[in-house]
Design a protein around this ligand. Structure first.
Ligand code: ATP
Ligand code: MG
Length: 377
């Protein structure tokens, strides 16, 4: 807030208008901490850049520059409208306009279409404050038209319902139901980003029931999957927990991972989480062999939850490199050259140490190893 206020002050001193806008104003009025603050201004991008020492052109063609203050970025966007979303990816053309009002008009929902001065005065042309009090998500203007401009807004309405624990205004909901099929024209990355936000929202159950009620899910890849019973899902700050829950409830349909273009890391973590969740019991070796994230995700569908971090912190070692003996020691003790035996025996030692059958001490490992080695060779 301090940085945004400083930026606004600078812009105003230079003769421009500037306000905090969008989600930050909404969150401020809800008494929540805004995670980032967007500034809207009458200054053109080049004029904004000229006033500050450090900036990054994050989206200059859309009128956005990021101003860096003490290493922290604040997005400053020139008042604009957007029109013609032929591919539903980005507006065909962005037009700069000279009033705040026009800028607020292009925004999606009344609660997202308010501005705030640096003195914290609220500018609220569409009744956002009232809707915020009533817990309502309502499109600015005619919902049909707004969803025709950008079909992603339908999914955003559903995402905000779970994020804020709000209802969707009946007219807005009706328009989503009527135009649900339009979601198919939206780029999958944008869809996935909204669904990820649903997974980490305070009430995914609300979003999911709107998704199904409006039939929007039927026009999403593997959309039937979302018709799961979400009542057993616990709030999480990792979207993968939600996807894991989905796969678990539906019997692991891996097409989803491809369709929604998961990163390789996420694919791996999801698959490992599914493996872990199929194990009857989690012993020390399981805590050792899976990552904290994989095991935490795997708890999304189970009722008993415990701190994976604590369990892992209690392990005698966290990785092979912490073993008090290494491959070179083993070769020295046996007089053998490197080979597959080395890997097998290292694993046996690792397991014995993790399971506390053997202390992680070089002499103890040596005694144990020589004894076992001679017994088996
Ligand atoms: P979050 O807390 O998730 O960041 P937010 O309201 O800041 O919520 P953003 O996606 O960061 O959401 O967008 C910032 C603002 O830009 C919104 O508050 C809204 O005013 C506007 N906006 C974003 N996406 C759209 C869209 N597709 N159509 C119209 N306005 C949009
Ligand atoms: Mg935001």
């Amino acid at each position: 807030m301090i940085r945004a206020k400083y930026i606004i002050k600078r812009l105003k001193e230079a003769g421009f208008e500037a306000y905090m806008v969008g989600g930050a104003v909404r969150d401020h009025l809800r008494g929540a901490m805004p995670h980032d603050i967007d500034v809207a201004t009458s200054a053109a991008p080049e004029q904004v850049k000229a006033l500050f020492e450090r900036s990054i052109d994050t989206g200059i063609e859309h009128g956005t520059v990021m101003i860096l203050i003490e290493g922290q970025g604040t997005e400053v966007t020139t008042f604009r409208t957007e029109s013609g979303y032929t591919d539903n990816r980005r507006p065909d053309k962005v037009e700069f306009v000279n009033s705040l009002h026009e800028d607020l008009m292009r925004r999606d929902f009344t609660i997202n279409s308010m501005a705030m001065t640096e003195q914290m005065d609220i500018i609220d042309p569409f009744g956002g404050r009232e809707d915020l009090k009533a817990g309502l998500i309502r499109a600015v203007g005619v919902p049909e038209e707004r969803f025709a401009e950008d079909a992603l807004r339908m999914l955003r309405a559903i995402r905000f319902s779970g994020q804020l624990n709000f209802r969707i205004d009946p007219k807005t909901k009706q328009a989503i139901t009527r135009h649900a099929e339009r979601i198919q024209s939206v780029a999958i990355e944008r869809i996935k980003a909204e669904l990820d936000k649903v997974m980490v929202s305070t009430a995914p159950v609300i979003s999911m029931s709107y998704l199904i009620e409006t039939r929007l899910n039927q026009f999403l890849p593997s959309g039937g999957l979302f018709e799961a019973d979400w009542s057993g899902y616990a709030q999480s700050d990792d979207p993968l927990s939600g996807w894991f829950y989905l796969l678990k409830q539906n019997g692991e349909t891996f097409a989803v991972l491809r369709e929604y273009r998961f990163s390789n890391q996420d694919k791996k973590d999801l698959q490992r989480a599914l493996e872990a969740s199929d194990l009857p019991e989690w012993d020390a070796w399981v805590y050792y062999s899976f990552t904290e994230r994989q095991l935490t995700i795997a708890q999304a569908a189970s009722h008993k939850r415990q701190s994976v971090r604590e369990q892992q912190a209690a392990l005698p070692i966290r990785s092979k490199s912490e073993l008090a003996a290494n491959g070179r020691d083993l070769m020295e003790w046996t007089g053998e050259k490197a080979g597959p035996w080395l890997k097998q025996w290292t694993l046996l030692i690792e397991k014995a140490v993790v399971e506390r059958r053997l202390a992680n001490d070089k002499e103890r490992i040596k005694d144990w190893f020589i004894d076992e080695y001679h017994r088996h060779t």
